[in-house]
Every structure is written in structure tokens, then in C-alpha cells.
Write a protein of this length. Structure first.
Length: 329
């Protein structure tokens, strides 16, 4: 079990080593932001994962957790300042990298962006569990080697660069979605971290090592804990809405596919794709060159419980051409 002094030394920017820690933080933040932005633009999972490992934002976030539990106001404010300043820097770097990309960096053309602009409750659940592991690794020395895995599991810098990239492409809704993912991850780490440190009685251990009696103990950090709890509840609202919308879209796609597939097979067409957006759907068919008769498709959709007025069908004729054999001259 790590001592409270060791934990403070790991996450606080204080003491004689403070200048060195600050310079290391900013160096790694700038480099990880550049790596993340490049990985998003190039659609490279390996590059984005590398940025997650290098990213130093987990340190001040854990500093907020520890300072909240200890009631250390100075380090609490200092850690928040590093998170805010670091976040703005990563966004600015993503925005700047966007100027070097010819095409807009948006969800429709970049899978890395698409993964980070529509967070839901599953993302919150994953962040809560990952944050708990990160704080446990801070407390227990025997599992501190899990921190690289925590860095990969929790997405901090990549969503911030996506905020900048999509903002530069003027995709403001996607920019807000990526920012929501980052805030979700931070709030989840704070919430699960405070609980973990309470379970390990870190505050009591710190008071005991300092010889502080219960009567002389500083005021309980109830305000900070209440702020974290309220923030988490507020974040849960849009995440719930996103989750419900995603479920509705999936159900609509499934209903359309089950109704349209038999019709397509009977008429010599294939379903090339179904796009669902805001309770409307577009079905792309490819196949026979003749114009299809769609009244039976409308009836099939109605039988499946789908309002045909919500569905647009697009037909793209496909032709088979046999190439001439090469001449033997």
C-alpha cells in the first residue's frame, strides 16, 4: 500500500520537483496532442493508442481526486488549472492541425471522429470502471503496472483533438459531442476516484500520519464531492438521450432490413446499406436496371410496423459487362 506522501508526490505539482513536473507535463501534452490529431486524421488506431499512453492529463485529474479527499484547497485549484489549461491546449492543437488537412475532418468521412462524437451511457460505465482502476493503482503499489492499460482504456486527449478538428471543419454538433465525451470521462474518474479513496480511508490515514485529531480535522470536502456528483448527474442526461436514440435507430434499421430484404430478393435487388438519422432512414438498393415497382415494398414496411413516409429508397442500377478476351496478335 502506497503512503499518502507517495500519492501526493505522484499527482501533485508541488515541492522542489514542481518545475520539472510542469515542464514534463506540457512537453508530453503537446506531443500527445499532435500524435492524437495525426492519428485521427490518418485513421490510425495504433497512433491514437500511442497518444493515449503518452498523454499526461490523468495526473492532474487524479490530483483533483486526492486533493478533494484530503481537503487540500491549493492543490485542488492547481490541479483543476492544469486540466483546464491542458484541455484548451489540446483543442487548439487539434484546431491547428485541421488547417493542414484538405478535406473536412468529420464523422461521415473519418471513423476515428465517428467513435468520439456520440457518447452514451456505456461510455460512462466504462469510464467509471477505468477511473476506479486508475485510482486503485495510485493507492496500491502492487498493481501500479496497470496504468498503461488505464491510459489506453480512458480517452482523454484524443476527444479534445477531435473537438478542435471538427470545430475547424465547422461541425459544431460533433465538436460538442467530443467535448461531452471528454467531460464524461473526467467526471467519471473523479466520482469513482473519490469513492475508492474513501474505501481505502486515505483521509484518515493522512490525518493519522500528520497527528491530526478528529476535532482538529479540516472541514470535510462536501462541496467538492457534491459538485462532482451533480456534474455526473447532469452529464448522464444527454448520455441517456443519446443511448435511447441509438436504440431507436438500431430497432428501426432492423425493422426496415427484415421487411426490405425479402422484397429486394424477389425483385432482383440487394440492400447495399441503410442509414438511419433522426427517426428517418435511407435504404440504398443496387441491382436490376429496370425501375422497380415499390407498392409492395411500402406494404412490407407497413406490415413490419414502419411508417413508409420515414423511409427513402434509393436505387442504383448495377451492370455486368463481360470483357473481351485479349487478342493473340
Amino acid at each position: 500500500m502506497n503512503t499518502v506522501a507517495h500519492m501526493r508526490d505522484s499527482v501533485f505539482f508541488e515541492g522542489e520537483e514542481a518545475p520539472h513536473r510542469r515542464s514534463r507535463f506540457w512537453l508530453l501534452l503537446v506531443l500527445s496532442s499532435v500524435i492524437a490529431a495525426a492519428g485521427v486524421v490518418a485513421d490510425s488506431d495504433a497512433t491514437v493508442i500511442g497518444a493515449m499512453i503518452v498523454a499526461p492529463l490523468m495526473t492532474p485529474i487524479l490530483g483533483i481526486v486526492l486533493a478533494t479527499v484530503l481537503g487540500d484547497r491549493i492543490n485542488l485549484l492547481r490541479s483543476w488549472a492544469f486540466v483546464f489549461a491542458g484541455g484548451l491546449t489540446a483543442i487548439a492543437i487539434g484546431y491547428g492541425v485541421g488547417f493542414f488537412v484538405a478535406a473536412p475532418v468529420i464523422a461521415a468521412t473519418d471513423p476515428q471522429v465517428a467513435q468520439r462524437v456520440s457518447p452514451d451511457l456505456i461510455d460512462l460505465l466504462a469510464a467509471l470502471a477505468t477511473g476506479a482502476v486508475g485510482v486503485i493503482a495510485l493507492v496500491r503499489s502492487d498493481i501500479s503496472d496497470t496504468l498503461p492499460g488505464v491510459a489506453i482504456a480512458i480517452s482523454l486527449v484524443p476527444p479534445l483533438t477531435v473537438v478542435g478538428l471538427t470545430a475547424q471543419s465547422q461541425a459544431w454538433d460533433q465538436s460538442l459531442g467530443a467535448l461531452l465525451l471528454f467531460v464524461t470521462n473526467v467526471a467519471a474518474i473523479l466520482a469513482s476516484g473519490v469513492v475508492v479513496l474513501a474505501v481505502y480511508r486515505v483521509r484518515a490515514r493522512a490525518d493519522a500520519s500528520a497527528g491530526v485529531t478528529p476535532a482538529a480535522r479540516p472541514r470535510s470536502p462536501r462541496r467538492s464531492i457534491a459538485f462532482i456528483a451533480v456534474t455526473l448527474l447532469i452529464i448522464a442526461v444527454p448520455l441517456t438521450v443519446t443511448s435511447l436514440q441509438a436504440t431507436q435507430d438500431t430497432n428501426l434499421e432492423s425493422q426496415i432490413r427484415s421487411a426490405a430484404t425479402p422484397w429486394a430478393e424477389e425483385n432482383g435487388w440487394l440492400i447495399a446499406g441503410i442509414t438511419v438519422n433522426d427517426d428517418t432512414a435511407e435504404v440504398l438498393f443496387t441491382g436490376a436496371s429496370s425501375e422497380p415497382e415499390t407498392s409492395s415494398l411500402t406494404a412490407a414496411l407497413e406490415d413490419a410496423g414502419v411508417d413508409p413516409s420515414r423511409v427513402t429508397a434509393q436505387f442504383v442500377p448495377a451492370y455486368t459487362v463481360e470483357l473481351d478476351a485479349p487478342s493473340s496478335d
